[in-house]
Design a protein around this ligand. Structure first.
Ligand code: G3I
Length: 384
């Protein structure tokens, strides 16, 4: 667009916009030429996380909310930038099984329909968790016996996984089962009164995995944990469980590492520990998935956003370099709908898109890293 004498302010903005975009594309193109990357964006490639990740055979995912699918910007960003979506709440026990004799699949069905209409995969979340348990389980009219609760959970898993058989490609079967000290977390499912495996270590987890596998033998089955990113008692408990399950042929496909982090995470100690933890899990032959990435910042200023971008880049780098890391998934994608709402109601700034769905430095850092080198061979999902 040429700017004639007497240009208006809008004309100047238009020129500046196109100039900025041209410089950005030049920068990305230049980077591709410099790195000789075979994965450089062709001129007509859409600059999206989804497309750029596909060049590494990496799934790029996000938690998603069925109630927001009617928001055009939300839906447009979700379908263009992500190859996997995961219901943030719609498949949790309290939502999908609100009463003893009633299932509510509506929210999850809407997300499945959206995903299938946009060639996206769906990751199910979750079948057994100590949170978001409905009242009819927590406060029964008469106390549960372990045998009765065992049947409730067995029927729940068979019904939910069976309902989505062949459509949900992976499940967080058990979510956050461990305490920080590595012991089993006390819960209605474990020991209050539990499903019959109280005091028997990971037997409860094993049973849930076997029920899920029976309901859909082709689904990938994960145990998902928070606070087990590096080396600590919890991650050691996860590793010990995984090693035991692999040895005994328990149907476990992989481990979900949630990665709810903050801008201080990209210290060498944290990143090295994460990389080493990922490596030891992968050495068992398991998939490792980064399942709930967000990077909390004390405020949304330029420094915070720059630090946040570094963390996203470094986490993505670790996943890209590990062939067994098959998914990089954020817990939502726009700050407008992050779960990290401040007590004063102001939402945090933890995700790659801002409240107006503009691409933040974190987005650009991830896209730039995806244009760089890194393992780009087959990953577990593509290997079979
Ligand atoms: O559905 C009810 C609604 O009927 C009610 O009007 C409203 C107000 O009370 O609450 C709604 O339920 C909320 C639910 O999200 C759905 O929006 C719950 O109060 C709220 O506690 C729940 O928060 C979710 C949280 O898990 C529960 O612990 C967050 O959205 C969700 O992002 C978060 O996700 C978890 C992962 O599942 C596991 N890993 C940690 C992660 C963050 O906590």
């Amino acid at each position: 667009m040429r700017c004639r004498l007497g240009c208006t302010r809008n004309d100047l903005y238009g020129v500046l916009y196109h100039l900025h975009r041209a410089l950005f594309i030049l920068a990305v193109t230049g980077l591709c030429l410099l790195t000789g990357s075979s994965k450089g964006q062709r001129k007509d490639d859409p600059l999206t996380l989804r497309a750029a990740a596909e060049k590494h055979h990496l799934l790029m995912g996000t938690a998603a909310d069925a109630d927001l699918l009617s928001d055009a910007q939300y839906a447009s960003t979700l379908r263009s930038e992500y190859s996997v979506l995961e219901p943030e709440n719609e498949m949790k026990f309290d939502s999908i099984h609100p009463a003893p004799d009633r299932y509510n699949f509506s929210g999850a069905d809407a997300l499945l329909a959206f995903a299938e209409a946009n060639s996206m995969k769906v990751r199910g979340h979750n079948l057994l968790w100590y949170q978001q348990v409905p009242g009819w389980i927590l406060f029964p009219s008469s106390p549960w016996t372990p045998a009765a609760l065992n049947k409730v959970l067995a029927d729940h898993i068979a019904t939910v996984v069976g309902h989505y058989k062949g459509r949900v490609y992976a499940w967080d079967v058990v979510n956050e089962p461990f305490n920080d000290n590595g012991s089993m977390r006390s819960s209605v499912w474990y020991d209050k009164p539990g499903i019959g495996y109280a005091g028997q270590g990971t037997k409860m987890i094993e049973q849930a995995l076997r029920w899920a596998h029976a309901a859909d033998p082709h689904a990938r089955l994960f145990v998902n944990e928070t606070g087990a990113e590096g080396f600590n008692a919890k991650s050691n408990a996860v590793y010990a469980m995984a090693k035991d399950f692999v040895r005994r042929g328990v149907p476990l496909s992989g481990i979900g590492i949630e990665l709810h982090t903050g801008i201080g995470f990209d210290q060498p100690g944290s990143l090295d520990a994460l990389q080493a933890n990922v490596k030891r899990l992968a050495a068992l032959g398991l998939e490792v998935q980064f399942t709930e990435v967000d990077v909390d910042t004390p405020n949304g200023d330029r420094f915070g956003m720059s630090e946040e971008a570094s963390v996203y880049r470094d986490l993505l780098d670790i996943c890209l370099r590990q062939p067994q890391c098959s998914l990089f998934q954020t817990w939502g994608f726009t700050d407008a709908h992050s779960w990290l709402t401040r007590p004063n109601g102001v939402r945090g700034w933890p995700l790659p898109f801002d409240r107006a769905y503009r691409k933040k430095p974190a987005y650009r850092a991830m896209l730039k890293r995806l244009e760089g080198r890194g393992y780009d061979g087959p990953r577990p999902l593509h290997a079979r």
